[in-house]
Design a protein around this ligand. Sequence first.
Ligand SMILES: Nc1nc2c(ncn2[C@@H]2O[C@H](COP(=O)(O)OP(=O)(O)OP(=O)(O)O)[C@@H](O)[C@H]2O)c(=O)[nH]1
Ligand SMILES: [Mg+2]
Length: 464
Amino acid sequence: MPAHQNNTDTIAAIATPFGRGGIGIIRISGPLAEGITKKLFRARRPGNSLESHHLYLGELIDPDCGQMIDEILLSFMKAPHSYTCEDVVEINSHSGHVILSRILEVILHHGARLAKPGEFSFRAFKNGRIDLTQAEAIVDLVNSRSEKGLVMASRQIRGDLKTEIEKLRQSVIGIIAQMEVAIDFPEEESEILHSKETASRIKNLLVDPIKEIIAAHKRRKIWLEGITTVIAGRVNSGKSSILNRLLNEQRAIVTPIPGTTRDFIEATIDIEGIPLRLMDTAGIREVTDEVERIGISLTHKKFAEADLLLVVIDQGCALIRDDLDLIKKSQGRMSLVILNKMDLESKVDEIELKNALNTIPSVKISALTGEGIGDLCKAIKDLVINGAEDISSSPLAPNLRQKAALEEACTFFEKAARNTKDNLPAELTAVDLNSGLQALGEITGETTHEEVFDRIFNEFCLGK
Ligand SMILES: Nc1nc2c(ncn2[C@@H]2O[C@H](COP(=O)(O)OP(=O)(O)OP(=O)(O)O)[C@@H](O)[C@H]2O)c(=O)[nH]1
Ligand SMILES: [Mg+2]
């Protein structure tokens, strides 16, 4: 594969982020890790050998000039008991770009090459320490936007999804084996293979559980990526004021001039443990101004794509067509109507509003005084929790790639069940079952194409 060619090279990289910090870590992995270390490291307590899983204090020197670069802590993990299953050395040095770069430079000069992003994890995968679902969960863990997201990612790192896929694969293999007996001994077919029974086995052991895992994809989006939330409403209704309130800071410009917000403003917040990617948008109205017109068309686009809609109504004014249009467009979606400016006398016709809302919940607040903000947060939480299932019931949450492979597998298994039920030849069903098996193998990495590896591991940070 182009991005991660040689598995026998010794690779090295700075594993901690750039910038100033307490310590920095440099990681070396491969057959030369120990040899390179012996050239560069002078342990405080002299001794010839590096023992696996021990920590050593000493100096890192540049052997070409004898100069000390830094005082470091060094650990050695002998293959296969390391992250990559290769010999691994980790150097804890003082942090700072210059010092870390200097240490890395000396290591590279003595035989290692610079690791590509994700190459350590790719080796862990190639050497069988983790499968693809676990590798992908490492990226999730780093990027997670909520605590529940962390729990989900760590369960996947532990191998929960991998185990589940393996169980499905074993079921397929079992059914195929039974099919093959029927194919090899056709005269006994009727005894071994009761078509209805096999069809229901395929459904119960494969199709149904796969559909359940596919349905859990939704959960992943909420906890790991955050809920895309759009604040929309007519001009001057108080959208930017609400964003600022929820963020507890003056993020968006607020003025009494209608049409203040023209671009959209995005911020990530945590509301009662739920990660929201909150977007303030340009207020809706008829305009001739080109900039504002573009802003409003962007509002419509964001509105259409959002997971959660917060429609803001200025209750200091009577409802107008723009308000009613937005409420109408929110029907059937995860949405909440915010009746803002409750500090003012309400000019909203209650009956007209009630009819317009239908089943959409609403909450009264004042972004100006802060009244009702607690109710707003609670309403958002209730809405999201009702819309999502509890993650404690099942830890599985496939990502888009895994979901696509599951859907492919499911299509083959459904076809296999149908054909079996219709008494079509067992050979046909066996072909479909094998194709489904192949699709399941893509999830764990057994039958995955090389370019998929590149895509997955390129998402990793350098040094991971
Ligand atoms: N009385 C009162 N005024 C408010 C409240 N919320 C916002 N305002 C005022 O309403 C005006 C518009 O507020 P913004 O937050 O800029 O409204 P917006 O919906 O973002 O407006 P555009 O970006 O122009 O569409 C400002 O003068 C705010 O101070 C509220 O709860 N009560
Ligand atoms: Mg605004």
